[in-house]
Ligand binder design. Structure first.
Ligand SMILES: NC(=O)c1ccc[n+]([C@@H]2O[C@H](COP(=O)([O-])OP(=O)(O)OC[C@H]3O[C@@H](n4cnc5c(N)ncnc54)[C@H](O)[C@@H]3O)[C@@H](O)[C@H]2O)c1
Length: 259
């Protein structure tokens, strides 16, 4: 099937990274217009060019720090104006973080919360007026299996991603209660082959294959994920195929959390 996102106008944050890049290409391939935003201006511009080379006129890019509320207001306004509306928001930007609680600095804790959690609230807050004007609309917030299950040394990331999980449900219920057709769901990947796994590769002495094999060990399907595994889920949740799905969490984890 193709054209699953025909007519959709989507904004993807952190688009220059591993998952965002896969989403950008797949969503454009399925017919969406995509406003791609990232802290890394050069990388997101290059991505928009690559998407446009394959699907002319489908992508535009914006430099965007997702922790900056004033910038959020500008970016969603400009993206909606350029695309003729905004019907999908993918809050994807995020960083990994590892620290045992006794070594956790408050500064780093706040940085993780700002990028991984506050940004999701700011995105929903500033995109909602535009999404309401482009119903049916969909918010997809990228959490993690680390938002559903904890691990030693991941306290800040666990807390931020768990916040994204429950915050998403609150947004979904507010929209439903208001009778607006804006759905909100969260996506929970486990280990996916992107630069966010670089610290694990460094711990394995720089050997990517060994690092990925180690990460695969606990996963019932026997491998880490690929960015497209997550992008497929985002396409489904962004499309009207998921029209009766809101306040849900979709795990993309090869069975990890089923154990
Ligand atoms: N890859 C995985 O294994 C995995 C697993 C679970 C969840 N996730 C989540 O998926 C999302 C995407 O991760 P990824 O694997 O593509 O990581 P990545 O490091 O490849 O990409 C993250 C992108 O976010 C951008 N970014 C960072 N800080 C930003 C800021 N303040 N403002 C705007 N952009 C900013 C970076 O420039 C980068 O392009 C993140 O929220 C991450 O927590 C990833």
């Amino acid at each position: 099937m193709s054209g699953r996102l025909q007519g959709k106008k989507a904004l993807i944050t952190g688009a220059a990274g591993g998952l965002g890049r896969a989403m950008a290409h797949m969503m454009a391939r399925e017919g969406a217009m995509v406003a791609l935003t990232d802290l890394d201006e050069a990388a997101v511009e290059a991505l928009a060019k690559a998407v446009n080379d394959a699907h002319p006129g489908r992508a535009l890019s914006f430099p965007h720090d997702v922790t900056d509320e004033a910038r959020w207001a500008e970016v969603v306004g400009q993206a909606a104006e350029a695309m003729g509306g905004l019907s999908v928001l993918v809050n994807n930007a995020g960083i990994g973080a590892m620290a045992r609680v006794e070594d956790q600095s408050l500064e780093e804790w706040r940085r993780v919360m700002a990028i991984d959690l506050d940004s999701v609230m700011l995105g929903c807050k500033h995109a909602l007026p535009h999404l309401k004007a482009s119903q049916p609309a969909s918010i997809v917030n990228i959490s993690s299996i680390a938002g559903l299950a904890a691990a030693p040394g991941l306290g800040a990331y666990n807390a931020a991603k768990a916040g994204v999980w429950l915050f998403t449900k609150a947004v979904a219920l507010e929209c439903a209660k208001d009778g607006v057709d804006v759905r909100a769901n969260s996506v929970h990947p486990c280990f996916i082959r992107t630069p966010i796994l670089d610290p694990f590769v460094a711990m394995a002495g720089g050997d990517e294959t060994t690092a990925h094999q180690k990460l695969s060990r606990g996963i019932p399907l026997g491998r880490i994920g690929e960015p497209d595994d997550v992008a497929y889920a985002v396409v489904y949740l962004a499309s009207d195929e998921s029209r009766f799905v809101t306040g849900a969490e979709l795990k993309i984890d090869g069975g990890l959390t089923a154990q």
